[in-house]
Each structure stands twice: as structure tokens, then as C-alpha cells.
Design a protein around this ligand. Structure first.
Ligand code: AMP
Ligand code: MN
Ligand code: MN
Ligand code: MN
Length: 291
């Protein structure tokens, strides 16, 4: 079997399972991807590769080609940036250790978030959020958001983020994640490709954004998400141009987390423009093919 070298492929190379902050198991995600017509899939849990074996096995059983994936939290210019890694060896000791280090601060951060929420009149948020956590190593703001929706404090998770979990709000705790060079380095040393996730979501000035793309390139990063669930058509067109300007491969992924919360389902995205070089062109030899 061969993949189309043009952008016309239903690849979904960004989503989350309950091994990070999604609600479905890796197996249920694989089935949903297959049912939605996805032709090449990657599970990209935050700072974690614990679901990779299960995702790959489930995908191959369903006849769905698979790439290993993760999404690493990075601090760049005072902002959180996400770097997706694809096609790496999930057992690489450097990558595994780097991800463990990135995850390790989440516990204390969560306790501090709960203190902030308690001061704002919402007690018990740590224990509350824990009920939604599938992986005790990976408590995220999303789990707090689900708890606050469930107890009726907000209507949906975006309202929780807006009112409680973003900078300046009572449940927000500044956190220092990995550096850009570390994240790109871990992915590369494990044989994978580093990709800037959803660049349209960061609140950078044009200078800071230029610095992100240049430094990413200098560290050996090779890709950027152009078509994602968090981009408007205008974002997609802007980052298609930036991909060409910086000589980066283009990626495509829904960033699907949950049937009830995510507005973009697995595989339900516009195709990449045919003028871009898709990431799967460079990752062809790292795709796991069904028997
Ligand atoms: P964390 O890694 O714990 O800081 O949590 C980040 C996660 O929160 C992201 O990966 C998204 O899943 C989720 N998130 C961030 N901003 C929003 C938002 N405005 N609305 C809903 N979910 C969000
Ligand atoms: Mn998430
Ligand atoms: Mn992200
Ligand atoms: Mn994501």
C-alpha cells in the first residue's frame, strides 16, 4: 500500500486519549478514526507515550496505518507552545526521561490550582478533577474544567478556561515546561519529526512568532500544523505561507479530545493544499502498516 504524495489524504495526526486529557481509550479512538474514514492516524497524548502500544495495535487490527505521536508542552517567550512529535521510537530512553520530567510538575501545579479555586469559593477541586483523570501522572487543566462544568459552575469547558483557568484567573498557575530545544531534541534523537502544533493559537507578536519559527528550524524542527481543529481558514492560509517561507512540511490533525467537547471530529478537516509538502512524505518509512 502507498500513500498519496499529494495533500489529498485523510490523515489525522493529532488527538488525545484518556492517557492524557481526552475521554476515549486509545482503542475507542482508533475505532472512531477508522469509522470516520481516517487513512493515516497518530495518537498524540500530552507529554506522554503510555498509550502508543495500544493505539498502534488497535489501529493495525482495524487496517489503519499508524504513526507514533506525542504533544510536548514547551515554554517559549513566556507562553506555552505545543510541539507535536511523530514517527519516533516510543522506547527511546532520552525521550521517555524527558517526557517524565515534563510531566513531573503537574501534580504540584494541580494542588496550587485547587488552592486558587478554593479562594475563589470552589472547594475540593483537586479531588474533583482527579475523578476525571485516566492517568494519575497527567492531571491537566482540562480535568479541572470538566469538574467545574459537572458541578454547574460553568456551562462548558471553554467558559471554565475563560473565567478560571487562563492567565490572571483564580485557577491559573504559571508553569515552566520544557524548552523548545529540549522538546525538539528529544523527538529528533528518538528518530522522529518535530512539528509546531496549532500556531494560530499563540498570542505572539509578529516578532515573537518569527523567533519561534526560526529557532524551531535551527533546532532541527521540520514541520508545522497548517490544517487543525483550532485554525480558521485564514489561519490555515497564513501558516501554509509560513510553511513555505521556512521550508517546513505541513501537518493536519483534528486535536480531537472528546465527543461532547470537541467541535472537530477525527478526520473531519479540510485537506492540505496540494502545493504543500505533507509531513507523511518525509515520514513514509516510519509508518506502521497493517499486515
Ligand atoms: P494543560 O496542559 O494542563 O495546561 O492543559 C492544556 C489543555 O487544556 C489543552 O491541551 C486543551 O486540551 C485544553 N484547553 C486549553 N485552552 C482551552 C480552552 N480555551 N477551552 C477548552 N480547552 C482548552
Ligand atoms: Mn489537551
Ligand atoms: Mn495543544
Ligand atoms: Mn492537542
Amino acid at each position: 500500500m502507498n500513500l498519496s504524495p499529494s495533500g489529498v489524504l485523510n490523515a489525522d495526526l493529532h488527538c488525545h486519549s484518556n492517557v492524557s486529557d481526552g475521554t476515549l481509550s486509545p482503542e475507542d479512538l482508533a475505532a472512531r478514526a477508522r469509522a470516520n474514514g481516517v487513512q493515516l492516524w497518530a495518537l498524540t497524548d500530552h507529554d506522554e507515550v503510555g498509550g502508543q502500544r495500544r493505539a498502534r495495535a488497535a489501529a493495525l487490527k482495524l487496517g489503519l496505518p499508524y504513526l507514533t505521536g506525542t504533544e510536548i508542552s514547551v515554554t517559549f517567550a513566556g507562553e506555552t507552545v505545543h510541539i507535536v512529535g511523530l514517527g519516533f521510537d516510543p522506547d527511546d530512553p532520552g525521550l521517555v526521561a524527558g517526557l517524565a520530567r515534563t510531566r513531573s510538575g503537574r501534580q504540584t501545579r494541580a494542588l496550587e490550582m485547587a488552592e486558587g479555586l478554593a479562594r475563589a469559593g470552589i472547594p475540593g477541586a483537586y479531588e474533583g478533577a482527579l475523578k476525571y483523570v485516566g492517568n494519575p501522572d497527567l492531571i491537566s487543566r482540562t480535568h479541572f474544567a470538566r469538574f467545574l462544568v459537572d458541578i454547574g459552575v460553568c456551562r462548558d469547558t471553554s467558559e471554565v478556561f475563560r473565567k478560571f483557568l487562563t492567565e490572571g484567573k483564580p485557577g491559573y498557575v504559571p508553569h515552566r515546561w520544557a524548552s523548545l530545544g529540549e522538546a525538539v531534541g528529544w523527538i529528533r534523537q528518538a528518530g522522529g519529526m518535530a512539528i509546531i502544533a496549532h500556531p494560530g493559537r499563540y498570542k505572539f507578536t509578529p516578532n515573537e512568532e518569527y523567533a519561534l519559527f526560526s529557532e524551531f528550524r535551527e533546532h532541527g524542527g521540520l514541520g508545522v500544523e497548517v490544517v487543525t481543529g483550532s485554525h480558521t481558514a485564514q489561519d490555515a492560509s497564513k501558516y501554509a505561507d509560513l510553511a513555505q517561507e521556512f521550508g517546513l512540511y505541513a501537518s493536519r490533525g483534528s486535536d480531537f479530545h472528546s465527543p461532547g467537547e470537541s467541535h472537530t471530529d477525527l478526520g473531519a478537516l479540510p485537506y492540505l493544499s496540494g502545493t504543500l509538502r505533507p509531513v507523511w512524505e518525509a515520514l513514509a518509512d516510519r509508518i506502521h502498516w497493517p499486515a
